[in-house]
Design a protein around this ligand. Sequence first.
Ligand SMILES: [Zn+2]
Length: 385
Amino acid sequence: MHRFVMTIISLAIFLLPLQIGMAASEAAVGAPDAKPAVKAPNIKSNAAVQAKLDKNKNPQITALRWANHIDAVTGLSTLRLVFDVSGPVTVSSSVIGSPVPQLAVVVKGAVPGDVASTYEFDGRIAELLTVSAAGADTRLVMQLPLMLEDTDYKVFTLRNDPANKKPFRVVIDIGQKMPPIKFNFTAGLKDKTIVLDPGHGGSDPGAVGANKTMEKTITLAVAQRLKPMLEKAGAKVFLTRNDDRDVFGPNASAVDELSARTTVANNNKADIFVSIHINSFTNPIAGGIATYYYQKTPYDALLASSIQSTIAPASGLQNRGINAANFYVIKRSVMPAVLTELGFISNPEEEKLMNTADFQQKMAQSIYLGLDKFFTQAARLGGGQ
Ligand SMILES: [Zn+2]
């Protein structure tokens, strides 16, 4: 099941941090081309640090600004973040690959001042920035959609310039990565890399039925039946989780959890990403099968229709069709991706059905057939971007 989370892009971004609830499972984050937005900053922790350190007159990070620059020739964009600092500092940086790609920067000799502890971006170049005190220093961690090479970013300091009223500054430039995927699909499942994402898991049960069936159990069962079928056909298959656990960690935010799932697909250069879920609604009569896609490649809708055309008839349930949706995992995976909803757990008959080995096997088998159908059709279209 999925719930929407709205991203608010406020004109008052720099003046007034906004607190927005974040409780979604398949969170929809941002409009496709939204400017980097600030979301859910929490200044409490840093304000406390600031109060304590004000007396000591430590240099502080006093402001954060950012801008996107687009190269007219290559079309690639760069995200520049500028931190104002009230005194001279030095910086060091490192790239971390797990559980999601991150750029960590230590600003030595300044503590966080009146800046938020969390900034959320639109995900094209950066997902999230956290600002935290680390002794007398500040640690900045940027979560990224794709792993960075050394040449993809620069971190440096600028001296103050009193004549032009410019303070000391720390600058982070991050260039946009080219997606690692080249679409040139061939027919058949052999040698394809497919990431299966069983929805929810661990501390997050997903939707729960009247008879206590948990969505996380059914989604994992279907993925585990599907994996050997695809492998037998010669595909390489990764599951975002192989057992009942949180993908990122039990106390992770919704965004951390979801970006860890897309990272499995992005880092393994998957051809296709399939997220498996079960629907839920307040009215127990609602039922049926639906598939969602976000058309960020030429192939997302084709993948959705290929899979929906096999799973809906096999289920014997209502065919709710394919729908465009702004869900995090299908938007932030760089390859064609779908999110399937294999029935309604809130419908007692469907809840009973989805607990049967027969239904789980039918769903796995029909997703398999849908994937095979997709590659046949995509190859016929000629592949290529
Ligand atoms: Zn779900």
